[in-house]
Ligand binder design. Structure first.
Ligand code: HEM
Length: 180
């Protein structure tokens, strides 16, 4: 997992719960990196999982909610760092459809060791987009946070229905429906 994920995670924790919380997380989680991350480095995905579990223990906030909130937080970082990806799409459906074929392809050129999910998208009717998320990292709630912020960014009034397709949530169907 890329270092930017960790540096942004700690930034979010500090903003939401204060500097003490991030110190507490680093001190009490057994992290191979020692809790030192650079934006361009690559670290084990297991570290973000451990940090989320610790944060859940200290705050009582569910892991799924923490992941969703983190997705929303990272959306703003992506928007600030990569505005061209957002300018390239006219609406949220076009933007979401472009992740697999364009955005994450460009991300892989920048960071060849990035571990990205697979998205299959289908426009079912003009107001319904189906997206299937697939990843061994099981971060569908993180994806949902990013999707919710994408809808807001393009001023779309839409609902997201989430249906796990396998028990471990490594494959999840999202049905995104514009309210008409
Ligand atoms: C400009 C927009 C975006 C950029 C630059 C971007 C970039 C990235 C980067 C750098 C990672 C980390 C890879 C790693 O740590 O190895 C990542 C992971 C991920 N991205 Fe994107 N992304 C964007 C938009 C989105 C959107 C809108 C979604 C969801 C609809 C999404 C879904 C995910 C998920 C779920 C992961 C976690 C890895 C996994 O589940 O396997 N991304 N992305």
């Amino acid at each position: 997992m890329k270092g930017i994920v960790f540096t942004e995670f700690f930034e979010m924790v500090e903003k939401m719960f204060g500097d003490d919380m991030s110190d507490k997380l680093i001190e009490n989680t057994d992290l191979p990196s020692g809790g030192v991350y650079t934006a361009v480095g690559t670290y084990s995905h297991a570290e973000i999982v451990q940090l989320l579990f610790k944060l859940n223990e200290y705050t009582g906030i569910e892991i799924g909610t923490l992941l969703n909130t983190f997705g929303k937080y990272l959306f703003d970082t992506f928007l600030a760092n990569y505005p061209a990806f957002f300018d390239a799409a006219d609406n949220a459906f076009d933007f979401l459809e472009s992740i697999q074929q364009y955005i994450h392809v460009e991300v892989l050129k920048l960071y060849p060791d990035a571990q990205l999910p697979k998205f299959s998208t289908e426009v079912v009717d003009p107001n319904t987009l189906e997206m299937i998320y697939e990843s061994d990292r099981k971060m569908a709630d993180f994806a949902e946070g990013l999707m919710e912020k994408s809808l807001l960014h393009y001023n779309e009034n839409a609902d997201i229905i989430k249906k796990p397709l396998v028990d471990d949530h490594s494959k999840v169907l999202f049905i995104i429906k514009r309210r008409t």
